[in-house]
Ligand binder design. Structure first.
Ligand SMILES: Nc1ncnc2c1ncn2[C@@H]1O[C@H](COP(=O)(O)OP(=O)(O)O)[C@@H](O)[C@H]1O
Ligand SMILES: [Mg+2]
Length: 286
């Protein structure tokens, strides 16, 4: 695919990208179905339609923008966007700040943060009401059943039995709210004045505990995270937090099992298997 040609077809694109930047995005897209670039003033995200899942998620991020604009949550402005059947391009204002984490699987925070302030941001996300009508809704039991089928061979007897028993009881009248869905430390930019929440591709309706559980699991080693969930008991329902911890760890195991040719995947599968075991154990004993 001649990617720069697609970009040039959009007459306005030269406002945002010079020739070198176009070439940079193009070379990323020869290897992957998506590309990102930080320029002097902008953050640019591109997806091409051969990577369906990411293409759709960028549409979700574009569609959610109106909802976010009228919320209490601080997010970068979506300045412009272009799309056709082949590609979608989102142009955001660039935020001068530092992300709370440096890589998805670092499980550390590179900045000191006031947890209370961040928990308030998470509560503000949950307060958002004017989301699109056709927004996705997470059903924990359906997700867990789907992941279980793919990961059960890797589970020890105890965890397998516990999950079999819990599936069907994970989604009993949860309080569903608007949720970011991927609130890992690299998706939060801290500036002097605020926490900017970025990367809304997976925003949908989820149990009100989901974003908090996910943030805690990814902000320290997930195993410690399971212990740290106790820190959240003052703010959220413990049972609900652990139910989300199950969904999140089962999903991570499934995703790592799907990764091909990786020397590190076993390390992460092990971490998440232990996390899943702890979360199921906690729920079985409460
Ligand atoms: N508006 C922005 N301003 C500055 N940096 C950004 C902005 N948006 C994203 N980034 C940086 O780019 C990284 C990837 O962006 P993100 O939207 O999270 O895409 P991905 O889906 O690849 O995770 C972020 O972790 C952050 O470091
Ligand atoms: Mg991200």
């Amino acid at each position: 695919m001649n990617f720069p040609k697609i970009l040039r077809d959009h007459s306005n694109i030269n406002i945002y990208l010079d020739e070198k930047e176009l070439v940079n995005l193009n070379s990323q897209l020869t290897l992957k179905q998506r590309a990102t670039l930080i320029t002097e003033k902008h953050f640019i995200k591109v997806g091409i339609s051969t990577g369906r899942e990411f293409f759709n998620s960028l549409f979700n991020e574009m569609n959610i923008d109106k909802t976010l604009k009228c919320s209490m949550v601080t997010t970068p402005k979506l300045l412009d966007f272009f799309h056709n059947e082949e590609c979608i391009i989102l142009i955001f204002e660039k935020i001068e700040g530092i992300t709370l984490g440096s890589h998805r699987n670092d499980f550390t925070l590179q900045l000191d943060i006031a947890f209370n302030e961040l928990f308030n941001v998470i509560k503000n996300i949950a307060e958002i009401k004017n989301y699109p009508k056709n927004i996705d809704v997470l059903n924990r039991d359906m997700k867990a059943a789907n992941y279980f089928e793919k990961i059960y061979k890797r589970l020890d007897m105890e965890t397998r039995g516990a999950l079999e028993c819990l599936i069907g009881k994970l989604h009993q009248n949860p309080y569903l709210v608007f949720s970011h869905g991927d609130l890992i430390p690299t998706n939060i930019i801290k500036t002097k004045r605020s926490y900017y929440i970025i990367d809304w591709e997976w925003a949908s309706l989820r149990p009100s505990t989901y974003d908090a559980a996910l943030f805690i699991l990814f902000s320290s080693c997930p195993l410690d995270g399971v212990r740290k969930i106790e820190k959240l008991f003052r703010y959220w329902d413990p049972m609900e937090l652990y139910r989300d911890a199950i969904i999140i760890s089962a999903r991570e195991i499934k995703n790592w099992l799907d990764v091909k040719d990786s020397t590190i995947k076993e390390k992460y599968i092990k971490i998440w298997l232990k996390t899943l075991k702890k979360a199921t154990r906690w729920l079985m004993s409460h």
